[in-house]
Design a protein around this ligand. Structure first.
Ligand SMILES: Nc1ncnc2c1ncn2[C@@H]1O[C@H](COP(=O)(O)OP(=O)(O)OP(=O)(O)O)[C@@H](O)[C@H]1O
Length: 478
C-alpha cells in the first residue's frame, strides 16, 4: 500500500518474509532542496583541459549543426543515403521519428565527417552509427567494410542482433537483394571458425571486442585497408580499461593510415571531452574535421528518472532491499552489486552477488524470476541469463557493472544500487539501464541503499551529474 501527503510522501509495505513475523515498513520520502541550479553555469563534467582548444588549435573542431531539420522523419533524413530496404526495416520495427542524436548526427555522418557522439544513455546512438554503416557499405564487395568495437561480449551480441535485424529482408520486398552479412567476433567465441569464415567469405560488418580483433589483425587474418567505417562504442570505458587500452590505441593508429576512412567514437560519457578531442586529432585517430556532437549537455541523465536513497547499517542492507522490492513491486528491475575484491576472493569468502541472490531466492520462494549476471560466470551462463531476461514476463536481475554499459533492456523500470557505484560515470551508466524508450515519459526510479558515511559520495554524484536525490526514511514497526 502506498499513500502520500503534500510535503512528504509515505510509502508503506507489510512484509512477512524471512522470519514470518508481519512487520510494516514505512518509507518517508523527504523532498530536499536541489544542490544546484540548472540554469547556473555548472557543467556536467570537468573541463579542466590544460589548454583551450580555440587558442591552441587552428582545427575546425566544431561545426554548425543543422537546426532546420526538426520536423524531418528518419526516412527523410536518410533518403538517398541509406538503401531503401534498410529504411523499410527501420520503419517496420517502429523507428519513424528520429531521436535528438539521430537528428543532429546523421547529416554530419552522411557528409563523411568523423564524429564523437556524446548523448544520454538510451538515446539511440546504436541506430545512428548503424545507419551510417548501411549508407557506406556495398554488399557486392567481398570485404570487411565496417568494424564496430565494443567492450563486452554481451554488448557485441546485442549490437550484432540490431545490425542483422536492419539487414533482414523487409515484408513484401520483391527485389532480390544481395544480403549484408554481420559477424560477431567476440571474446569467448570460436575464433578458429571465424578465421575460416573471414578468409573464405568476408562479412560486410564485424562487431568485435578489442581482444578478438587484435588477434585477427596480428595473425593478418584480415586487414583494415578495405574498411570504410570504424565505430568504437563505449569509447571512454575502453580508454579507461587497463586491459584494453593499448590494443585500442594500436587499432586506431593502424586505421589512421587507411584511405577513405571514417571514424565514430560513441558514449554517454566523455570525461574531459576537450582534451579527448584534442588527443584524437593529435594522434590522428580522427581526421581534423571531426565533429563533436554533444546532445543535451546540461542533462547528462534521462529527465524521467527519479533518484532516491535510503541510509541503513551494513547488516540491514539485505532486509531493506527486500522491503523496498515489496514496496515497489518492480516488474522489471536490476539490482547492481559491487564486484568482489581480490582480498575477499583470496580469503575464500562468497561474493556479495551470491549471498544476495541466495537471500532473495529464499525470501521469494521461487515466486519471481531472479537472475544473475557477473564476470566470473562462463560465457554460456551469461548469455543464458540475458536471454531469459529478454524473454519478458518480469525479472529481477542481480548484476555487477557488467550490465551497466550499453545493455538495452527497454522494459526495466527500477534500478537498485545495493552497493554505491565507484564513480559518477558508473552511476550514470547504471541509472541509464532504465528510461530506454526514447519517446516515453514513463517515470523510472534509481534507489541507492547507502551507509551514512557514503552520503557525501552520493552528494558528489548529484552535483557532478546534476540530479537531485530524495531521501526515503525507513520506519520498521514490528
Ligand atoms: N528513432 C527511434 N525511435 C524509437 N526507438 C528508438 C529509436 N532509436 C532507438 N530507439 C530505441 O531506443 C533504445 C535505446 O537505444 P540505444 O541502445 O541505441 O541507446 P544508446 O544511446 O546506445 O544508449 P547507451 O549509451 O546506454 O548504450 C533501444 O531500445 C532502441 O531500439
Amino acid at each position: 500500500m502506498a499513500s502520500s501527503t503534500s510535503a512528504t510522501q509515505v510509502l508503506s509495505v507489510t512484509t512477512t518474509a524471512l522470519d514470518q513475523k508481519p512487520r510494516t515498513c514505512r518509507f518517508l520520502v523527504q523532498p530536499r532542496k536541489p544542490y544546484f541550479n540548472l540554469s547556473s553555469s555548472a557543467k556536467p563534467f570537468s573541463n579542466k583541459a590544460p589548454f583551450s582548444l580555440s587558442n591552441s588549435n587552428s582545427f575546425p573542431l566544431t561545426k554548425e549543426l543543422e537546426t532546420n531539420n526538426n520536423s524531418l522523419t528518419l526516412r527523410e533524413i536518410c533518403q538517398g543515403q541509406v538503401p531503401d530496404h534498410v529504411l523499410r526495416r527501420v520503419e517496420e520495427v517502429g523507428f519513424v521519428v528520429p531521436t535528438d542524436v539521430q537528428r543532429e548526427a546523421l547529416p554530419v555522418l552522411f557528409r563523411g565527417n568523423d564524429c564523437i557522439l556524446h548523448a544520454q544513455t538510451g538515446s539511440g546512438k546504436t541506430l545512428t552509427y548503424l545507419l551510417l554503416v548501411y549508407s557506406v557499405i556495398n554488399p557486392k564487395r567481398s570485404a570487411v567494410q565496417a568494424l564496430i568495437v565494443v567492450p563486452t561480449r554481451e554488448l557485441g551480441m546485442q549490437i550484432s542482433k540490431v545490425a542483422r535485424m536492419l539487414a533482414a529482408k523487409p515484408m513484401n520486398h520483391e527485389v532480390e537483394q544481395k544480403s549484408y552479412t554481420v559477424m560477431a567476433l567476440l571474446d569467448g567465441g570460436m575464433l578458429r571458425r571465424h578465421k575460416s569464415w573471414l578468409k573464405a567469405e568476408p562479412p560486410s560488418i564485424v562487431v568485435t571486442t578489442v581482444g578478438s580483433v587484435s588477434q585477427m589483425l596480428e595473425k593478418q587474418i584480415f586487414k583494415l585497408d578495405s574498411m570504410r567505417v570504424l565505430v568504437v562504442d563505449e569509447v571512454d570505458f575502453l580508454f579507461s580499461s587497463s586491459k584494453q587500452v593499448s590494443s585500442l590505441r594500436k587499432l586506431l593508429t593502424l586505421y589512421s593510415s587507411c584511405n577513405n576512412r571514417q571514424t565514430v567514437l560513441a558514449s554517454a560519457s566523455i570525461p574531459q571531452h576537450r582534451r579527448f578531442l584534442h588527443d584524437c586529432i593529435q594522434q590522428k585517430w580522427t581526421k581534423r574535421d571531426v565533429v563533436y556532437v554533444h546532445v543535451n549537455p546540461i542533462k547528462p541523465l534521462p529527465p524521467c528518472l527519479l533518484h532516491r536513497f535510503v541510509i541503513c547499517g551494513r547488516k540491514e542492507k539485505h532486509r531493506l532491499l527486500l522491503s523496498l522490492l515489496e514496496c515497489d513491486l518492480p516488474e522489471y528491475g536490476i539490482i547492481f552489486v559491487g564486484e568482489q575484491s581480490e582480498k575477499s576472493k583470496k580469503a575464500g569468502k562468497a561474493p556479495s552477488t551470491t549471498l544476495l541472490i541466495d537471500f532473495l531466492k529464499t525470501s521469494y520462494g521461487g515466486s519471481i524470476e531472479i537472475l544473475l549476471l557477473e564476470e566470473d560466470m562462463n560465457f554460456n551462463s551469461r548469455a543464458a541469463s540475458l536471454s531469459e531476461v529478454r524473454q519478458g514476463g518480469g525479472y529481477l536481475l542481480v548484476s555487477t557493472d557488467i550490465a551497466a554499459r550499453g545493455i538495452d533492456l527497454p522494459e526495466t523500470t527500477h534500478i537498485y544500487n545495493f552497493d554505491l557505484p565507484k564513480t559518477a560515470i558508473d552511476y550514470l551508466h547504471r541509472a541509464g539501464r532504465t528510461c530506454r524508450k526514447p519517446f516515453s515519459d514513463k517515470k523510472c526510479t534509481v534507489t541507492n541503499i547507502i551507509l551514512s558515511e557514503e552520503r557525501f559520495v552520493l552528494q558528489r554524484y548529484e552535483n557532478e551529474l546534476m540530479f537531485n536525490c530524495v531521501e526515503l526514511r525507513l520506519e520498521i514497526q514490528c
